[in-house]
Write a new protein. Structure first.
Length: 187
């Protein structure tokens, strides 16, 4: 997570409040995303449980807005990814398709965050999701990381964010004309 060392005390408090909101948004979005695929993701507190290494895939999506930019990444065990793919309507689950499916899940995760951040008058543009390879994965440890377990294995979500000095997430009344998550619309 990138910070600006020249900011004043008030900015430090605002940054801490912003990170708390963003972290809660990331965690809730991950739990809801997994629930939509029939998986109960249970938050883990502290460090991940020790155990044998498992094969994971990591996908990330970069985003930018007026006052913040960063990346969201989804890490998941292959068994978790296979289970979500099997639960996806119209998707023929195959281990060969897991990289693309992992990118799609990361995209959906950030999309959920975008929807939740609308009440803070935050608008974000998203880039194309991508698989994150080994050297780049280590850089993700600098951001907020939330770990979860489920019956199919482990998963986690990370957020690396840079905000403009003085930026504060302030809750506003939601715009009732905006389409809500899950609503069906015809354009």
């Amino acid at each position: 997570m990138t910070t600006n060392p020249t900011v004043g005390h008030g900015d430090a408090e605002a940054r801490a409040a912003n990170l708390a909101i963003l972290g809660e948004t990331l965690s809730a979005s991950c739990v809801e995303l997994m629930a939509d695929y029939g998986i109960e993701a249970r938050p883990l507190s502290g460090q991940a449980a020790a155990g044998p290494p498992v094969a994971v895939l990591v996908a990330g999506v970069d985003f930018q807005g007026r006052a913040m930019r960063g990346s969201v990444a989804l890490w998941a065990a292959r068994d978790v990814l296979l289970q979500t793919a099997r639960a996806a309507p119209g998707l023929d689950a195959s281990a060969n398709d897991l990289p693309d499916w992992t990118c799609e899940l990361a995209n959906q995760l950030l999309g959920r965050m975008k929807n939740k951040l609308r009440v803070y008058d935050v608008s974000l543009s998203m880039n194309v999701p991508r698989i994150i390879a080994s050297p780049e994965v280590n850089e993700l440890d600098a951001g907020l990381r939330y770990r979860f377990s489920c019956e199919f294995g482990a998963l986690s979500a990370t957020l690396d964010v840079l905000t403009a000095s003085g930026f504060v997430l302030e809750r506003r009344e939601p715009d009732p004309t905006l389409v809500q998550e899950g609503d069906f619309t015809l354009l």
